[in-house]
Design a protein around this ligand. Structure first.
Ligand code: XMP
Length: 509
C-alpha cells in the first residue's frame, strides 16, 4: 500500500524538514529527496506533486545544485520555494537579480493578481518570512506575477496551465501569514486526499511488517524511550511473541528506571528480557574521564550485551526505532555537523548480520507520539523527554562511580518531580540534573560542608539541533534547589544553566 506522496527536493535549506512537517500536519504525506534526485527516483503512480526547497547557494553560481529537466515533464504540479523558485525561473528563461547581501526577516508582500491560485482566500497584503540573496527579476514566459515587494518584483509567480508555482518567501515558517493555507492551496492543485494520519499508518505498517518478517524472530532493544516503546507495541501487534525485547540496565539510567518501564509494559503481553549489566558498565568506566572514551566504552558494552541476547534467541531480524530525521541526516540529505560521536546506542553494527525492521523510519517524533497514543502506550512514556544512550555517564563530568550515579539519580528525580508538578515538564523539551566535578563550601545547620555542586538544565527545542534554555519560574527553581540540597546527601549547591545551543550543547559531554 502506498500513500499519495509529495516529493520534496532538498537543496540544502534549513527549513526542508519544516516543509515536510507542515505537509504532514495538513494530512499530506511528504518525503524528502536529495538535490541530485532524478525524475525516475521520485516518479510513481503515488506522486501527486513536487516541492523544490530553498537553499544556501545562488542558482547563478557554477556548480549550484540543479533540477533534472525531466522532473518538469512528470506532469504533476510543482512549487518552488526561494532557491526552488529561482531554479524554475533560471531553467525556464526568466531573469534573475544577483544580490550582494542576503535579505532576512519579515517582509510585506502585495498580492497583485486576484485570480491567484496559491493566494486563494488571503488578503491583498501579507507579512511573510524572507531569507534569500538573489531574486527573480522577470518571470519566465507563461508565468503571471502574483505578488511583489518594493525590492522584489517577482515575490510569487504561477503558470496555472502547467500548474507550476514559485514563491520567494517561506510558507513553512510560522512568521509567514497563512503559510499553511498557501501549502493547502498547492495541495488542492495536486488533488491530494489529505488522509495521512498515525492510526492509518499503524495499520499499514502492521501489514507490511507481517509480510517482511513472516515466521521469523525479531529482537528489539527496549530503552523505555518513546521510539523503542512505540516500535515494541507496533511489532507486538504485528507479530506477537515472535518479538523479543531486550532491556539492558546499564546502571546509568534514571532513578528506578527499570521498575518504571516494567510497570508501564505490564498491561501488554510483551516478551521482554530484563538484563542487569550495571556492574559491567561501572567496572569498565572506572577512572575514565574522557567524554569520547566513555561513549565508546558504553557503546561497545551495550553491543556486547545485546548481541549475546540476540544470539541466544537466534533472532533473524533486528528492530530499531529509527525516525525520519535520522534517515534524512544519515542519507546525507540534511547537512548536519558531527559534534559528538552520537547517537543511537541502538545503532548496532553490521556484523550482526540481521535484517532491519524499522517501522517508524518515515515518521517525525510528534507522529510517533500520536502512534504511541493510538497503540495504547501510557501518556507518561509518550511524553517522555529524550534520554541519551550513554545515560548519566555524560551528565557526570569526570570519573563515574556508583556513588556519584546515585547522587545524580536522586537530584534528577527531584527536579523531574517538581517539573511535572508545576506543569513545566511538558513545556520543556528536555530537562535533567548534572553532577559537576566541583566541590564547594556550604553550611548545613551549624556545620560547614564541602560537597558537590549540581547543575539543573531545562531546554526547549524543535529538533534538538538548536535549543534555548527554558525560562523556568523562580519559585520552581527555588523549590527544586532547596529540595535537592536538603534531600540529597552529597550536594550542597545548585546552579541553573542558562546557555542555549549553540554555543553549548544540551548534554555536558
Ligand atoms: P547534544 O548534547 O549534542 O544533544 O546537544 C542533542 C540531543 O541528543 C541527545 N544525545 C544522545 N542521544 N545517544 C543518544 O541516543 C547519545 O550518545 C547522545 N548524546 C546526546 C541529547 O540528550 C539531546 O537530546
Amino acid at each position: 500500500m502506498h500513500h499519495e506522496r509529495i516529493a520534496i527536493l532538498d537543496f540544502g535549506s534549513q527549513y526542508t524538514r519544516l516543509i515536510t512537517r507542515r505537509l504532514r500536519e495538513l494530512g499530506a504525506f511528504g518525503l524528502v529527496y536529495g538535490p541530485k534526485a532524478k525524475a525516475q527516483d521520485i516518479a510513481g503512480t503515488d506522486l501527486r506533486g513536487v516541492i523544490l526547497s530553498g537553499g544556501p547557494n545562488s542558482v547563478l553560481e557554477a556548480g549550484a545544485p540543479g533540477l533534472d529537466p525531466a522532473i518538469l515533464e512528470l506532469g504533476v504540479p510543482i512549487l518552488g520555494i526561494c532557491y526552488g523558485q529561482q531554479l524554475l525561473a533560471r531553467d525556464l528563461g526568466g531573469q534573475l537579480h544577483r544580490a550582494s547581501k542576503r535579505e532576512y526577516g519579515k517582509a510585506t508582500i502585495q498580492v497583485t493578481d486576484v485570480d491567484s491560485v496559491l493566494f486563494l482566500g488571503m488578503e491583498r497584503e501579507l507579512v511573510v518570512w524572507m531569507s534569500h540573496g538573489d531574486h527573480v527579476e522577470k518571470a519566465p514566459e507563461g508565468y503571471i506575477v502574483t505578488a511583489k515587494t518594493p525590492g522584489v518584483p517577482v515575490a510569487a509567480m504561477e503558470d496555472r496551465a502547467k500548474r507550476r508555482f514559485g514563491i520567494q518567501f517561506h510558507p513553512e515558517v510560522t512568521h509567514t501569514a497563512h503559510g499553511n493555507l498557501l501549502l493547502l492551496n498547492f495541495l488542492h492543485v495536486c488533488s491530494m486526499k489529505l488522509d495521512w494520519n498515525a492510526g492509518q499508518f499503524i495499520e499499514e505498517k502492521i501489514k507490511e511488517t507481517q509480510a517482511q518478517v513472516g515466521t521469523g524472530t525479531v529482537v528489539l532493544g527496549l530503552s523505555g524511550g518513546v521510539d523503542s516503546s512505540v516500535t515494541a507495541l507496533l511489532l507486538h501487534r504485528a507479530i506477537g511473541r515472535q518479538l523479543t525485547c531486550v532491556f539492558v540496565d546499564t546502571g546509568l539510567m534514571r532513578k528506578d528506571e527499570m521498575r518504571h518501564v516494567q510497570e508501564s509494559f505490564a498491561p501488554f503481553d510483551l516478551n521482554i528480557r530484563w538484563v542487569n549489566a550495571a556492574a559491567k558498565f561501572l567496572d569498565a568506566l572506572a577512572n575514565v574521564t574522557d567524554p569520547e572514551q566513555k561513549r565508546k566504552i558504553i557503546g561497545r558494552l551495550f553491543v556486547e550485551v545485546f548481541e549475546h541476547e540476540a544470539k541466544s534467541i537466534s533472532a533473524q531480524f533486528l528492530a530499531q526505532g529509527t525516525l525520519y530525521p535520522d534517515v534524512i541526516e544519515s542519507s546525507g540529505i540534511g547537512g548536519a555537523v558531527l559534534v559528538k560521536s552520537h547517537h543511537n546506542v541502538g545503532g548496532l553494527p553490521a556484523r550482526m548480520k540481521m535484517k532491519l525492521v524499522e517501522p517508524l523510519r518515515e515518521l517525525f517524533k510528534d507522529e510517533v507520539r500520536r502512534a504511541g497514543l493510538a497503540l495504547g502506550l501510557p501518556e507518561d512514556i509518550v511524553w517522555r523527554h529524550p534520554f541519551p544512550g550513554p545515560g548519566l555517564a555524560v551528565r557526570i563530568p569526570g570519573p563515574v562511580t556508583a556513588e556519584r550515579v546515585k547522587i545524580l539519580q536522586n537530584a534528577d528525580a527531584i527536579f523531574i518531580e517538581e517539573l511535572k508538578a508545576s506543569g513545566w515538564y511538558k513545556l520543556s523539551s528536555q530537562a535533567f540534573a548534572v553532577l559537576l566535578p566541583v566541590q564547594t563550601v556550604g553550611i548545613m545547620g551549624d556545620e560547614r560542608t564541602y560537597e558537590n555542586m549540581c547543575a539543573i538544565r531545562a531546554v526547549t527545542s524543535e529538533d534538538f539541533m538548536t535549543a534555548d534554555w527554558a525560562r523556568l519560574p523562580h519559585e520552581l527553581l527555588a523549590k527544586t534547589a532547596a529540595r535537592i540540597v536538603n534531600e540529597v546527601k552529597g550536594i550542597n549547591r545548585v546552579v541553573f544553566d542558562i546557555t542555549s545551543k549553540p554555543p553549548a550543547t544540551i548534554e555536558y559531554e
